[in-house]
Structures are given as structure tokens and as C-alpha cells.
Design a protein around this ligand. Sequence first.
Ligand SMILES: [Mn+2]
Length: 490
Amino acid sequence: MHKQKDVSAYYSGEYRLLEIIDYMAKIARAIELMGKDDPIFVFSHIDADGITSAAIIAILLRELNKPFVLNFLPQITPETFDPLWEDIEPRYALFLDLGSDMPLKYIENTSSVSIGIVIDHHIVSKPERYSKGLIINPRVWGVDGGSEVSTSGMAFLLSNTVDGFFESYPHTVFYAITGALGDAQDVGVNRSLIGINYVLVKYGSQYGVLRSHEDYILIGKSFKPLYRLLAETFIFEIPGVTGSYEGALDFLVKNGIVEAEGDPEKIFWDQLTPERKDLLRRKLLEALILKYSGKHTIEELSNILMGCVYEFAASMDFFCRYARDLSMLLNACGKMRAPEIGVGGLIEPSNKSIVQQMFQLYERYRAVLSSVFKNLESKVNFVGKIAIYDGRDEVHEELTSTISSILASSLKDKAKIVIAVARSVGDSLKVSLRKTALLADISLAQILKKIMPRIPSMIGGGHESAAGAYIPESHFDEFIELLNREIIYE
Ligand SMILES: [Mn+2]
């Protein structure tokens, strides 16, 4: 019933979706050859895209009766990955969302490997002929892996070439969309998905698995009571509401949206009548315009809050109604170093205990972040114009990027560079760097490149305004000093 053609029928772009799907069918046949004598080792990234991809592939491998072992990694670095890889001596390997070039190198240069598959959407070098590595990356076909499809979408297309897969697991297309949203690929009009992602939305809608419509985008609205939803929405600062549960509840009662006598824990966004939603919308805009009148018009504010919502509609019980909410839950699992809980929930959505653990991880993630931000002042030190959050004894390394991003916005008038530090493996520290507008024309990636040769065993890289590095603890002060020298006259 669902021939592969069905997917491409929705794609009017000039990209070669049919060609991609044909190639996927070949890869699916290669998978048939794998895992007969030895398990397939699957390595995946710990973010929402990696976790949804891993779930789709795990469901596929289980369906094909293939034994497999799933491992999650924050990234592939020789220090952490080599010992694992050498210990396993895999015959079959499958890499998901972990980049393309590095995994291919491991596959090609390891004698024990007989077939290795890489599914990814990051930038890839010009493809060479590989002897045993197979690569599925949209960029190979000229499709923009940054905005048009992520690893989860590619994993879904691959699985969908297997007969009966979609009939048995229609919800996997919702996972594909969730991965794309987790990677911020909602870059179309009204924050909609584009390209192959859009094809997948159409496909899922056609078969009743999902619905998309426009509404306020308030992340968490399917499972947070309304007052918490407002207090924990940070895209704007709503005066008196953002960051305060009491303030948010007052706001809702005062404006007649929630009754004072009712139990606030039981009132959710989706239960509001259209009239009340409208009233809430107006009151929110009134509060926002007081604060942002110089910067935004009321239409702009309303538009920033509005966007495309992707809703689960398959006829099965599912614990999370919106794809954006699901991507946030999965992301929290990864940040709390428990991606296996996230993938478990996706593989077995009816398993109440594992789903409950997902929500607990999200709550813990929020609690960690809010405790970090509560005592922020006392934990940030300045060296010149560098603000340093030293989380060595507070947080683990997965949290440094979130912390440095948020700090960079709150310290934008005080610091040129904001860094967050945590312990990593061995004696090394993970350092996450963000620059602020005070540091104009200089790229963090460039600065790191300059410093790197001077600090033994440092690895680092990144972009113009966001970067990260691993540095031996004994050289940390030296690193800060060198960093300071680089920016002192900027
Ligand atoms: Mn990704």
C-alpha cells in the first residue's frame, strides 16, 4: 500500500528524492546482510535528533530480527571513542548523527569491520569510493542538511523502504519530525518545516499520523499546567510572570482566564476555550507591549509567539502530544546523560515507568538549570572582560553549552566572552565559549585556533560566536590568560 513513490509524490522540489529513496532501498538490502554472525553496533548522538534516529533504527533492526547494541555519545573524540571501538572490534557498525567524515574513517581503517553505515546530515567532504563504508547524507544529493532534513528524517526514509514498516510503526514519522525540530530546522514561514521535512509532514498527515496547524508556540504546553507554562516561557520576558509561579498564577486569575478557586495544577492550555485562549493572547500581548513597545509592534510580538505546531494524531496512546515538546523532553534526557531513557520511551511508548522517568529527567534538568541561574552572581568570576562560570563541582559537561548561551545573554553588557567550565574525562575540562556583541569582528573559532598550539593536548573548535574546547585542568589558568591577551585590545 505504501510504495516508496508515495513519499516522493509530495516533493515537487528539484532535489532527487526518488534517487535518494532508491539508494535507501539498496542500503536496506545491505542491512539484511549485516548482523547474521555478530551484532550490529549502533552509535548515536545524545541530542533529540540522535535519540529519535536511534529509536527509528532500533525499531527497524528489531523488525528485521537483527541483534544490535546501542551506544550514545556526545561526540566522537579519539580519547573517548578509541578505547570503546578497539574493545568492541565491531564487524558491523552504524553511526547516527555523529558527523560523516570521522565515522567513515573509523569504518574504512578498521580491519574487523566488514560493513559500516553512516546516516548523518552534517557537512561532509567530497565523497570518495569507500570499500566498506556506506553513507546516507542529504548533502551528497545537494539537499541542505542544515534546514531541509536531519538524521531522523533520513533514518525514517531508509526504514520506510522496508515492506510493512510504516504500516506497523506509523508513529516513526512523528519521530522524524521531532528530530528535525530538535535541530531547529523549522526555518520556513511561521516556523514551519521545509524541504524533505515538509514532505514527511505531508506524508504523516495523509496517513493520519500527525496534524499541523498554527497556534502559540509555548514549549511544554501538552504537559505543563498553564501557570507553569507561562512562568517557564523565556522567549520573551513577560513582566511579573516570567520566572515566577505566583506571578504567573496571579496574572491568569486577575485576567479572568483561570478561576481563583480552581486547582491550578489541573488547568492546561489545551483545555481553554477558543474565547479564553484569545483573551489570554490579548492579555499577554498587552503585558509584552509595555515592555517591548520601543522594539516591536504588537503584530511582531504576536507573530513571534505564533508558529507551526506539529501534533500527534495516530490512533494509539502516546505520552506527548506535540513534536516540539517531545524534542525538548528528549533533549533533557541527553543533557542529563540518560539518552537511553529517551530512546526507551520512543521504542515502547506504552511503558509507563520509562515514560515517567523521561518526565522526571526533564524536571531534574530544569531544576539543575534553575539552581545554576539562581546563584549565578556568586559563581561568575571575571578575568578582564572574560566572565567565567566555574561548574567544576556543580554540573556535568553536557550542560556547559546551555549555561554559556544563557549567561552570554544576561552578561552581554559586562563581558566580551562568556565561558562555562565543567569536568570532562580524565583530568580534562570541557570549556564552552560564547562571545557577546562587545567583541565585534573576531571569531571565537579563530581565537581557539591561535591558542591551541600553545596548550598541550587541547582540542577545540566551533563557530564565529560559539565554540568549545577540552583543556587539561593544569593548563586552565594559562588558557584564560592567553584568551584574555587575544581580546584585550579588541
Ligand atoms: Mn542532527
